[in-house]
Design a protein around this ligand. Structure first.
Ligand code: ATR
Length: 273
């Protein structure tokens, strides 16, 4: 049996084992998928130990996505652009690093939610690791524009410079964005993760009629960002559960050469929705 695992700290809450076990059953792949808790500062040791024991691949979650890129011997362009790795594949005695998060959101939006990105004006709120991870795949969708806006404007400006060669990308500070409206607004901030409201200073009115609000974060209830959007009359919304499932499918494809169907896993994680 080929062995795979997700490494994180904490990792007990991870839905990845359920997702990959479902993919493996559905595609008839002989593999196991476990959870590995690594101590802070101990990612490389855990990854090497897993490889010595015959491990073929890892998913990597908070806070180890930078460490995972650092131990890799080679990396995809999207992992290098993201500056982070969520998927490692063992190749002989070497690690190959990839990042499937951006492909996950693109596939969830365009395939599962029917939201075309081509020709659209997109706003990304936030300029941390989560925002950086999705920019290259989103720019690859022939968007009309992407604006990045961040509470600390300098970080958005730095990302706009870094990705300028890949497509139409601009940075706008929250207090400069007032007159603009967008077709798709993506929340890549960690605001409201404590269960409260966003408490942020972006103005209302950024959504065009029929706009789509997408939160990278997922929750059993409605997330703070989606409550904020719905409070402005936005009806087309999704949280990040689809991105989670689609990034997993993309990792599975990298490891096993087979793309699993994702609809049954939606039903498993969000029955009846
Ligand atoms: P992640 O890896 O999840 O992206 P991160 O790199 O720490 O985490 O980035 C968090 C992002 O959420 C940042 O863009 C942060 O804005 P700052 O760069 O100004 O810190 C944003 N963020 C967090 N809390 C926020 C809040 N209450 N209002 C607005 N933005 C917030």
């Amino acid at each position: 049996m080929d062995r795979y695992a997700v490494v994180g700290n904490p990792v007990a809450h991870s839905k990845s084992p359920r997702i990959h076990e479902a993919f493996a059953r559905a595609t008839g792949q002989a593999m196991t998928y476990e959870r590995l808790l690594a101590p802070i500062g101990g990612f490389a040791q855990v990854a090497e130990g897993f490889a010595r024991a015959g491990g073929k691949g890892l998913n990597v979650t908070v806070p180890f996505k930078l460490d995972a890129l650092a131990i890799a011997h080679s990396a995809s362009e999207r992992a290098r652009a993201a500056g982070a790795c969520n998927t490692l594949k063992r190749d002989g005695d070497r690690w190959y690093a990839d990042n499937t998060d951006g492909a996950g959101i693109v596939r969830d939006l365009t395939v599962n939610r029917g939201v075309a990105l081509a020709g659209r004006d997109v706003l990304v709120l936030g300029a941390g690791g989560a925002a950086r991870g999705i920019l290259l795949p989103m720019l690859g969708q022939d968007v009309r524009s992407i604006v990045i806006s961040n509470r600390t404007p300098g970080k958005a400006e730095a990302l706009a410079v870094q990705f300028a060669a890949h497509g139409p990308l601009d940075a706008l500070a929250p207090d400069r964005i007032g007159a603009r409206t967008f077709d798709v607004v993506v929340n890549a901030t960690s605001a409201g993760l404590d269960g409260g409201d966003t408490g942020w200073s972006w103005p209302a009115g950024l959504f065009r009629t029929g706009a789509f609000a997408y939160d990278l974060v997922y929750a059993d209830g409605t997330t703070a960002f989606l409550r904020w959007a719905q409070g402005q009359g936005v009806t087309r919304t999704a949280d990040g559960i689809g991105m989670l499932i689609e990034q997993a499918a993309e990792s599975f494809l990298l490891w096993r050469g087979v793309r699993p169907q994702t609809a049954p896993v939606f039903e498993l994680l969000r029955p009846g929705k």
